[in-house]
Design a protein around this ligand. Structure first.
Ligand code: GLY
Length: 361
């Protein structure tokens, strides 16, 4: 028999169950929890953007502006992120991406890139691609014209040539000079661990570009492109082209990506982990910080830790939620621990939350 008291008790517990489910699966926090930030630059909630949004790594200010303008003109997030990232790929002065990227140990530029479309969950990727200035565009052709996702090395290059890409020398005089200097300093007993280990801490080349975008129709896309670890062992592929590590994108939730030490990110599948954390209600910035905590807890090699047990490398995560709210995190709070953003408030840099204060640089 349903007494009045039992009816009220049942409805109350159903109510709390329902709201718990809502909180986990549906609501999205608009404010991150307090995290370490630059004390002179407190976090400000800017409110949700009206219109498209593009976010990128620190080197992507022009890229987000290009992406935003294209989306404002009605283009898709996919077109926008690819157009944005190509600015860096073709820029000889960005020596971490595309043309002018620092080469491998043999002096050959090898590029990694991937693209993902949040609307279809389709993706394309290339690894250790030589001779093609715009690896993200090759990744797109793989996504759209083949039944595959990931092509590497000579197969990827041959595929690109078949689709009309030109074979070019990607080494600029400056990147060749940097390689020659690196080679001069090589220890003949080099053990192929991290080149110049002394300088790994936060000097770890923090290039690579990631761009995520949300277009006027609410669709998301992401791209990550890099020349990878400078002077790497030929054939080394980092996190950038690995779907779920260097980038992940899901129209139902959001998009995420990474720059920095790829080996540390691959172990935790960073981008996918962040998207999953956002799926369950975490603020994008909290999800990015939580992913970094996992990186710390999965880094056990002594050679990668300083005397306080902190990773001696830099890694950053970027996230954009489907409602336009974004966040980023950096292991080390260096001056470039920021993300490039463009929305209706214009192009700008936004500080990342970080785990450690950098004592030098
Ligand atoms: N995150 C770029 C790389 O490790 O190659």
């Amino acid at each position: 028999m349903w007494t009045r008291r039992r009816f009220i008790q049942t409805m109350t517990s159903l109510g709390s169950l329902f709201s718990a489910g809502w909180a986990v699966g549906r609501t999205s926090r608009s404010r991150p929890t307090d995290a370490v930030r630059f004390p002179d630059r407190p976090w400000r909630y800017e409110g949700p953007p009206r219109g498209p949004v593009a976010v990128a790594s620190f080197n992507g200010l022009q890229a987000v502006q290009e992406a935003y303008e294209r989306m404002k003109a009605g283009q898709s997030a996919l077109e926008a992120v690819l157009a944005g990232v190509q600015i860096n790929e073709l820029d000889p002065n960005d020596n971490t991406v595309g043309y002018g990227g620092l080469p491998n140990a043999l002096g050959v530029v090898e590029l990694d890139a991937a693209v993902m479309d949040g609307r279809t969950w389709r993706a394309g990727a290339v690894g250790a691609l030589q001779g093609i200035k715009t690896p993200s565009a090759v990744a797109r052709v793989i996504m759209e014209r083949t039944d595959h996702i990931f092509l590497v090395g000579e197969g990827a290059r041959r595929f690109a040539l078949e689709y009309g890409f030109s074979n070019e020398d990607l080494l600029t005089p400056e990147s060749r000079q940097r390689w020659l200097e690196w080679r001069d300093r090589l220890n003949p007993r080099d053990n192929y661990l991290e080149p110049e280990q002394r300088d790994v801490l936060i000097d770890y080349p923090d290039g690579t570009i990631h761009v995520s975008a949300l277009d006027l129709r609410g669709h998301l896309a992401a791209v990550t492109s890099t020349s990878g670890l400078p002077f790497k062992i030929p054939g080394r592929v980092g996190d950038s082209p690995i779907i779920g590590a260097g980038l992940y994108c899901d129209d139902d939730v959001g998009s995420a990506g990474s720059t920095g030490r790829g080996e540390a990110n691959i172990k935790i599948c960073g981008a996918h982990t962040i998207v999953e954390m956002m799926r369950w209600g975490m603020h994008p910035q909290d999800a990015c910080i939580e992913a970094l905590r996992r990186v710390v807890s999965t880094t056990k090699e002594k050679r990668l830790l300083d005397d306080q047990g902190r990773p001696r490398f830099q890694l950053k995560f970027y996230a954009l939620r489907k409602d336009g709210v974004f966040g980023c995190s950096a292991l080390w709070g260096t001056q470039d621990a920021r993300m490039a953003v463009c929305d209706d408030r214009g192009p700008r840099f936004v500080d990342c939350a970080f785990l450690y204060v950098a004592e030098r640089k």
